[in-house]
Write a protein that binds this ligand. Structure first.
Ligand code: THU
Length: 163
């Protein structure tokens, strides 16, 4: 038997002022997008802002539905919006801003598994990492340099072979 430890570097910022100007701006876009989320069922609003290689910022927010599974998370609305508006333009970073909850104990909300998988698809397509900035209304900001870091052993197109 062999063992392999899989880990990653998580950067924790106690205050947005510790981030670069561009990162602060991206977080502001995500927080503004959160305000416009359509979340009448969960009341949990999330905004996301995607920074593209050409400097454009594309936003998304969660869009819920009376048929609950038909809704979509902010991250996927944003990255699909970017793919539709700027096809083939590499994505550099995504900032996420979620409602705060007391139960989270100050931890920023992290993207769900489906969103991680969807973002990794673009990392693989563009062959470069997409960094993530995770924030809630209050509390620290988490940064990871690649989305693949937070979904180890992700499924990808290579497993499909030529099927
Ligand atoms: N949600 C997001 O938009 N992003 C996440 O990373 C986690 C959850 C949304 C989906 C749903 O509208 C609400 O938050 C509660 O799950």
């Amino acid at each position: 038997m062999k063992k392999k430890k899989i880990g990653f570097e998580l950067l924790i910022f106690d205050d947005a002022s510790e981030l670069s100007q561009n990162e602060q701006k991206l977080l502001r876009h995500a927080a503004a997008a959160r305000q416009d989320a359509y979340a009448p069922y969960s009341k949990f609003k999330v905004g996301a802002a995607v920074l593209l290689e050409n400097g454009e910022v594309v936003i998304g927010n969660n869009q819920e539905n009376a048929s609950y599974p038909s809704g979509l998370c902010a991250e996927r609305v944003a990255i699909f919006h970017a793919g539709a508006k700027y096809p083939g333009m590499p994505v550099k970073a995504i900032a996420i801003s979620a409602s705060s909850s007391k139960e989270a104990d100050g931890e920023p909300a992290a993207p769900c598994g489906n969103c991680r998988q969807s973002i990794i698809e673009y990392e693989q397509k563009q062959k470069s990492p997409i960094s993530l900035l995770l924030s809630s209304e209050t509390g620290p900001i988490y940064k990871c340099n690649s989305t693949a870091d937070i979904l180890p052993l992700a499924f990808n197109s290579s497993f499909l072979g030529d099927s």
